[in-house]
Unconditional design. Structure first.
Length: 117
């Protein structure tokens, strides 16, 4: 599974960003049968889960982003997105797209999100 994340940038607190992860180089059946997720890693911190979406569309969110972030997927386009609203300085991190296909895990290259106060 090949993943390419995009959409990061600099935004003021309270603003919004939409991250996108493309698996355009992935066979459709593999992508559609992969659980997808977004993780993030802030400087000096370990990588943490932000949100996941299963092959059936079930979602799971970290408590810190519930009500502010929304994960979605479009299997026909081989994309998974993360809509981030009401951003806070603590959301500043490199965001990584993840795919889990069976026992295998794949990661994108990461996209930097910086939220200024």
């Amino acid at each position: 599974v090949q993943l390419q994340a995009s959409g990061g940038g600099l935004v003021q607190a309270g603003g919004s960003l939409r991250l996108s992860c493309s698996g355009s180089g992935t066979i459709l059946s593999v992508f559609s049968n992969s659980d997808m997720g977004w993780y993030r890693q802030a400087p000096g911190n370990e990588r943490e889960l932000v949100a996941t979406i299963s092959t059936r569309g079930s979602t799971n969110y970290a408590d810190s982003v519930k009500g502010r972030f929304t994960i979605s997927r479009d299997n026909s386009k081989r994309t998974v997105s993360l809509q981030m609203n009401s951003l806070e300085p603590d959301d500043t991190a490199v965001y990584y797209c993840n795919a889990e296909w069976g026992r295998l895990a794949f990661w994108g290259q990461g996209t930097l999100v910086t939220v200024s106060s």
